[in-house]
Design a protein around this ligand. Sequence first.
Ligand SMILES: [Zn+2]
Length: 142
Amino acid sequence: MLTSQTTEHRCPCGSGKPFAFCCEPYIEGQKLAPTAEQLMRSRYTAFALGAIDYLIETTAPEKRELIDRAIIAEQIQFTTWTGLTILDKEAGHKEDSQGIIEFEAAFETEEEQCVLHERSNFYAKNGQWFYLDGEVEVRPAA
Ligand SMILES: [Zn+2]
């Protein structure tokens, strides 16, 4: 599915690392993201690449029924993600059971350029991080 992204390509999440050594092993299900930040980065990358299954699998099970696959597919189709900036982190390390990541994700549609600002809550269960929910704000890019 993601074969167009090879080891030479930098990861879309902006880590500066090759995709194969950053988010790819998580999105491909080869490894679990060890921290809330890495889960968040890999979810951003999954949005950028259209990996809808991964977005659903990494959402907290109790929130999954709120996900509408068709809406996500449409968002992915009409949105180009152009950059991720991590603004703040609380906990979310390997040994933690909860974490908060605040970030800005830039995207463009055919009509406009926008920035999505979110403060997201994550939790870990049996060594696996999940996205729970977040406060989301979308504004036009400056
Ligand atoms: Zn990455």
